[in-house]
Design a protein. Structure first.
Length: 79
C-alpha cells in the first residue's frame, strides 16, 4: 500500500556552501563634497527637530499646580 520513496540526493546543497565567486565587487564610490554636505544637513535637521521637540515638550511634562477651581461645564453649575 505504501511504498518507500527513494532518497533524494542533496549534493547540490553541499556544493552551494562551498561555492566561491571569482568576481570581485566594484570598489565603493567616494562621496562628493555636495553629497557630504547634503547628508550633514539632513542629519543636523533631524537632530535640531528632536532637540526642539524636547525643549517645547518639557513644559508639558512638568507637573503644574492644580487650579483652585476645578473645571466643570456651565451646565452642571446649577445642580
Amino acid at each position: 500500500m505504501f511504498r518507500r520513496r527513494e532518497p533524494v540526493p542533496f549534493a547540490f546543497v553541499a556544493e552551494a556552501d562551498r561555492f566561491r565567486s571569482n568576481v570581485t565587487p566594484p570598489p565603493p564610490e567616494s562621496l562628493s563634497k555636495t553629497q557630504i554636505a547634503a547628508r550633514s544637513l539632513v542629519g543636523l535637521t533631524v537632530v535640531a527637530g528632536l532637540v526642539g521637540s524636547l525643549l517645547f515638550g518639557m513644559p508639558a511634562l512638568q507637573p503644574s499646580q492644580v487650579p483652585a477651581k476645578s473645571q466643570q461645564s456651565e451646565a452642571s453649575e446649577g445642580r
